[in-house]
Design a protein around this ligand. Structure first.
Ligand SMILES: *[C@@H]1O[C@H](CO)[C@@H](O)[C@H](O)[C@H]1NC(C)=O
Ligand SMILES: *[C@@H]1O[C@H](CO)[C@@H](O)[C@H](O)[C@H]1NC(C)=O
Ligand SMILES: *[C@@H]1O[C@H](CO)[C@@H](O)[C@H](O)[C@H]1NC(C)=O
Ligand SMILES: *[C@@H]1O[C@H](CO)[C@@H](O)[C@H](O)[C@H]1NC(C)=O
Ligand SMILES: *[C@@H]1O[C@H](CO)[C@@H](O)[C@H](O)[C@H]1NC(C)=O
Length: 351
């Protein structure tokens, strides 16, 4: 009888101590605030690092294959060298002459640390095809793959970019894939790559404005309508808004290898390459939505000679010619900050 009571009291005491312990822990756990850049999944490299694409892992006919088509570069320009920090591949359509002209005279003008090329497919319009020859002669910055340039073939265009990076610009430490109607803050991007990332490159990196839990569009009115046969799920995996994606070479290679070996490709390239394929190779996106200019700042910079309230790497998509020119003029007249993340952290800005 006595022993039983003692046991009872002891277990009560034990439970009391346990509860105190648990309660203490519950209330003492405080969210640890971490600066944004410490949560990144990529690895910055140092001077001794040198990545080479392991092309021996690809099929022997890989260069002349694009997933399930035979492939050639109808137009090819090369010229990366050891000072190429960044390769910029701009998705364009054969007929977008004006857009390319605007970019060449604004943010995408030639410089010594980047190689900038416009990537497109074939056109059946002979007038345009002739114009392209002239354009290529004048600027030498076109890449044309042997697939028909349609929006249903966008994934082939994206894989052509990956192919080009691997075979024709292995020196580049970073690869930016973007569209021909966007704005890139080049002075700041240069500092961002050198100071926030690393001048020797990084690995595991795919930086982009990220789309989370996007529903699959089923309405017939949309150009981006997708049938249930094409994509049965309700939402897409996390993917990059494809108008600006910054890749590290190792990610380029893994995505390319994976895409080349797949049986069923999905035509929305953002979803397929930066969603489905990225999930498959087990790499994590770094969301840089924060580095896209705000509507207010963009309006302000375009219409007045104001200062942006927040540093930005990218303009908003679908810019008009005059907006692009105004942004470029403004950005080149301001001094670019040395770094974005470190400075933000120093100023107490925590994501
Ligand atoms: C495009 O221009 C480059 C550089 O001038 C040249 O090497 C290449 O042959 C041209 N391609 C075509 C198809 O004209
Ligand atoms: C490397 O390429 C850049 C253009 O991308 C050019 O300005 C530079 O002169 C080249 N450097 C060498 C050493 O060839
Ligand atoms: C070819 O493109 C030109 C210029 O964009 C256009 O004016 C013409 O109508 C097109 N021709 C055909 C057959 O589509
Ligand atoms: C995509 O490109 C291939 C190769 O040129 C072509 O056969 C096919 O018709 C194109 N698809 C679309 C939807 O245009
Ligand atoms: C290649 O694959 C795509 C999509 O999976 C398909 O629509 C197309 O018909 C295929 N083309 C060839 C030549 O096999």
């Amino acid at each position: 009888m006595h022993e039983r009571r003692l046991f009872h009291q002891l277990s009560l005491l034990f439970f009391l101590i346990l509860s105190c312990f648990l309660l203490y822990h519950l209330f003492s756990i405080q969210p640890v605030e971490q600066p944004f850049h410490q949560n990144l999944m990529f690895i910055p490299h140092s001077e001794s690092y040198n990545y080479t694409y392991p092309t021996h892992l690809l099929a022997s006919n890989d260069y002349t294959t694009l997933v399930n088509y035979s492939f050639t570069f109808d137009r090819l320009n090369t010229g990366c060298n050891d000072s190429t920090l960044l390769l910029i591949l701009i998705h364009s359509s054969p007929g977008n002459f004006r857009k390319r002209t605007v970019l060449r005279s604004t943010w995408a003008q030639k410089n010594e640390w980047t190689k900038i090329l416009f990537v497109m497919g074939r056109t059946e319009n002979e007038t345009i095809q002739k114009e392209l020859t002239r354009e290529n002669d004048s600027y030498g910055d076109l890449i044309q793959g042997s697939f028909l340039d349609t929006y249903r073939n966008l994934t082939y265009k994206h894989i052509t970019c990956l192919k080009y990076a691997i075979y024709h610009c292995p020196q580049a430490k970073y690869i930016l894939k973007c569209d021909d109607d966007i704005f890139v803050n080049m002075p700041l991007l240069k500092n961002f790559l050198n100071f926030d990332l690393s001048p020797f490159g990084v690995s595991n990196a795919i930086l982009c404005p990220l789309k989370h839990l996007a529903p699959v569009l089923r309405t017939y009115r949309s150009k981006w309508r997708v049938s249930f046969e094409e994509y049965p799920e309700i939402t897409y995996p996390d993917y990059c808004l494809g108008w600006a994606i910054l890749y590290s070479p190792d990610v380029i290679f893994q995505l390319y290898k994976s895409a080349q070996n797949s049986l069923n490709i999905f035509w929305i390239d953002d979803v397929y390459i930066t969603g489905t394929m990225v999930a498959k190779i087990n790499v994590f996106h770094t969301d840089i939505s924060d580095l896209v200019i705000t509507w207010e700042d963009q309006k302000y910079l375009v219409s007045k000679n104001g200062y942006p309230r927040k540093d930005f790497l990218l303009g908003r998509p679908d810019l008009t010619e005059s907006e692009l020119r105004a942004l470029w003029k403004r950005v080149t007249s301001l001094e670019a900050p040395k770094s974005i993340w470190r400075r933000s952290v120093a100023e107490g800005y925590v994501r």
